[in-house]
Structure formats: C-alpha cells, structure tokens
Design a protein around this ligand. Structure first.
Ligand code: TRP
Length: 354
C-alpha cells in the first residue's frame, strides 16, 4: 500500500503581537518538526481579513511573524516559509472546497460562533468560510501533519470531512486518472486524492494561560498587556510581567497533584517546564516547598535566557525588511510550483478544460 509522503504544514495569522503562548504552543513545535520532516510554514494573511478587513500596518505584521519564524530557528532554505497571498491557488482550492463543504458543517464551527458573537448577520462571509480556506491551505500541498493549538482541532476535523467527501464524490474520476493514492481510513483501504490530515496538538506547553488569570488563555486580545509576555518584550518588560504575575500565597507543592485547583501556580510551573524542556514534575522536584519569591526570579532568569536571543534576532531582522521580503518571495515561488501541480490535477479530476 502506498501512502502519502509525510509533509508538515501550519499557518499563523499576522494579527497582533506574538506572545509566549504562540511561541511555546506553536513556533517551538514548528522548529522541532523540521529536523525530521519536510515542512511548509505560512503567514496566513488572507485569513487576517476575515475578522477585520482593514489593518493598520499589514506589511509589518506579516514581516514580524516571518521574523519570529526565522529568529526561532526555522530554516527557510531547507523548508518553505511564505505568506499565503503569494499563492493564489489557496483561494482557488478554497472555492472548490466551498462547494464540497455543507452549510450544516460550517454551522457547527464553534470558532465562528465565538468570533461572530451576537450579531452574526454582520460577520463577513469570509469569517464563515474561514475553515474552508484553512483546509485548502493544507490540502493544496496534500500535507499530512498539522501542528496547531487544541482550539484548531475542529477545523482539522472539517478538513478531513472535506477531503473525504471530495475523495468519495470524485472517486470515479480519481481512479482512472491514476492521481490518487491508496490509504487506510480506519480499517478500510481507500483510493484517495487528498490525505486525512493528522493534528499534532501535544507539545511542550499546549496551553499557556494569562499571567493575570490562570483560567484564561494567554491572548493577544486581552486588554491588559501584563497578562502576556510578547516575543518583542525586552528583558525589563519580561521581568516586570513575571514579578507582577498573579499567584496564591502558598509555597509550591512537591508533586504535580498539588497544582490542582491552583491555576496560576500550575501555569507558571508549566511555563518554566516548557522553557526548560523539562516536565512539571522535574520542576517541582527542584522547587517544591519554595515560595514564589524564590521561584519567580528563577523563572525570570530562564525566560530571559530563552527569549532574549530570539528577541534580539527579531529586532535585527525587522531592520532589514528587504531581506524578509526576499525570503517570502522565494518561499512563495516554491510553494506556488507545488500548489499549481495539485491544482492541475484537481482541475483534471473535476473536468475543467485547460
Ligand atoms: N486557524 C489557524 C489559527 O488561528 C491559522 C491557520 C490558517 C492554520 N490556516 C492554517 C493553521 C492551516 C494550520 C494549518 O491558529
């Protein structure tokens, strides 16, 4: 049985500043995956229009995500780094997927409901179709593995549903053209054009919480800047935010069990563990019984040690936008070649004359 060649794809929206949650939850995973995989990392600028059409400084936003990718250690020569709008095949495949996906499927998307809020009539059509474009991002390369946060799980299930319906509905066109590949879906062998994408959710810290409220996710839209550590924060800002982070009055426990019901302590220990590449249990065996007055300075030192070089490299890169744009153009061209190959096959499967 042939199988799809493993290929990693992920995307990050160019909206707002990247923070520690994005770094530990996503970008660090991207960096690790490039060791053993072919990877495509995309700044999804077309997705950025779905919630808000006009952006104050779109080029800077796109470049700063790119700079974060590069500063964190993604190699744009061995892999592909580009911005979505340079590869119009994403939008083209998304149109076809809009005709594959059913309205009932889209209506179940919890992120749409959250983002559209009460006045759903005023949400853009793009926000509604967002998951279809996301499926196209991945499947236009026939990518197989997608590192994302757990909030994106439902969108990846939709991508599988779209792939499956396309495979089944066009089965009689895929088989004679010889374009499909035999894959296993559960126990069943299926001849498929698109793979069933696998989410890669686990990571060093899948959920980094707000420094002000351990029950809320660290978020770029939180009005308090003290709630998050931004990748562009300097040493002074990092120490101030950790010093002011909410805690409880107790000492740290010696076992992870003791973190139950203590969301702020759990979050800070989790951040320490992720930054140090250790387990929470390791961190607690070192700091169990200590007060936050001891733990916080150690966390500040560690956070500065890990983040300062990334911060410095991002600033250096941002001073040379021409270089960043050249990286994106080069990645865009290589991505376009791959995407166009898929689109030609999709056009043939559908029966578009070309
Ligand atoms: N929806 C993703 C997020 O908000 C961003 C994204 C767009 C993405 N297209 C993608 C992630 C394709 C993975 C694969 O995080």
């Amino acid at each position: 049985m042939t199988e799809f060649k493993p290929l990693v794809f992920s995307g990050v929206q160019p909206t707002g500043n990247l923070h520690l949650g994005n770094y530990l939850g996503a970008i660090r995973k991207f960096v690790a995956l490039q060791e053993n995989n072919d990877c495509i990392y995309c700044v999804v600028d077309m997705h950025a229009l779905t919630a808000q059409l006009v952006h104050e400084d779109m080029p800077t936003q796109i470049r700063s995500i790119t700079a974060a990718f590069l500063a964190a250690g993604i190699d744009p020569k061995k892999h592909i780094v580009f911005n979505q709008s340079q590869v119009p095949q994403h939008a083209e495949l998304a149109w076809i997927f809009n005709c594959v996906a059913r309205i009932g499927w889209m209506n179940r998307m919890t992120q749409f409901k959250d983002k559209a809020g009460k006045d759903r009539e005023q949400a853009s059509l793009g926000l509604y179709a967002y998951p279809s474009l996301m499926a196209a991002d991945i499947l236009v390369y026939r990518a197989t593995h997608v590192p994302v946060g757990d909030d994106q799980k439902q969108h990846l299930e939709l991508a599988r549903d779209i792939a499956m319906k396309f495979n089944l509905d066009f089965h009689d066109k895929i088989v004679p053209t010889g374009l499909g590949i035999d894959i296993k879906v559960g126990e069943e062998p299926v001849h498929a054009y698109f793979p069933m994408v696998e989410p890669l959710i686990d990571g060093p810290a899948p959920r980094v919480m707000s420094l002000k409220d351990g029950t809320k996710k660290m978020s770029k839209s939180d009005p308090s800047d003290l709630s998050r550590i931004n990748l562009m924060d300097d040493q002074e800002a990092i120490s101030k935010k950790i010093r002011k982070a909410k805690t409880d009055p107790d000492a740290l426990p010696s076992e992870t069990e003791g973190l139950k019901g203590r969301p702020e302590a759990d979050n800070l220990v989790g951040i320490f563990a992720a930054l140090a590449d250790k387990s929470k249990a390791d961190v607690l065996s070192e700091f169990g019984g200590q007060q936050f007055s001891v733990f916080k300075p150690a966390l500040i030192d560690l956070a500065v040690e890990v983040l300062a070089p990334i911060n410095a490299e991002m600033r250096r890169l941002m001073e040379d936008p021409g270089h960043i744009d050249a990286v994106l153009r080069d990645g865009g061209e290589r991505a376009r070649n791959r995407a166009e190959k898929t689109m030609n096959e999709v056009r043939d499967i559908i029966g578009f004359v070309r």
